[in-house]
Design a protein around this ligand. Sequence first.
Ligand code: AMP
Length: 113
Amino acid sequence: MSTIFKDIIDKKIPANIIYENENVLAFEDINAVAPFHFLIIPKKEIKTINDASTKDRELLGDMLLAASNIAKENNIDEDGYRLVINCNRNAGQTVFHLHMHILGGRKLSWPPG
Ligand code: AMP
């Protein structure tokens, strides 16, 4: 079943897109929890990281490389940032289209809550 992120991919609903290529899209989180909070998603509909397979190896790599490119382009690479993938209930995943949060612009506490 498709999610709201599919509507963002298809440009049916607006989002603040900062990066897009053939395989990956990145847009601002609507409920930012850090000064810099974007989501990087595969255009392919994958529900959770559990549903990714070896066929998605390159796609998963593209997501990570998109993250570091976005960090560099937005000058948060040297101060640092965090990449987060929430999976299922215990991590609080709310949208079942795989996404990676890129969080930065402030000191992030560890361990996460
Ligand atoms: P997660 O808890 O990892 O599933 O995160 C889902 C994220 O998607 C949350 O941080 C939401 O704020 C964000 N989100 C939900 N709907 C939208 C939307 N239409 N545009 C941008 N971000 C969204």
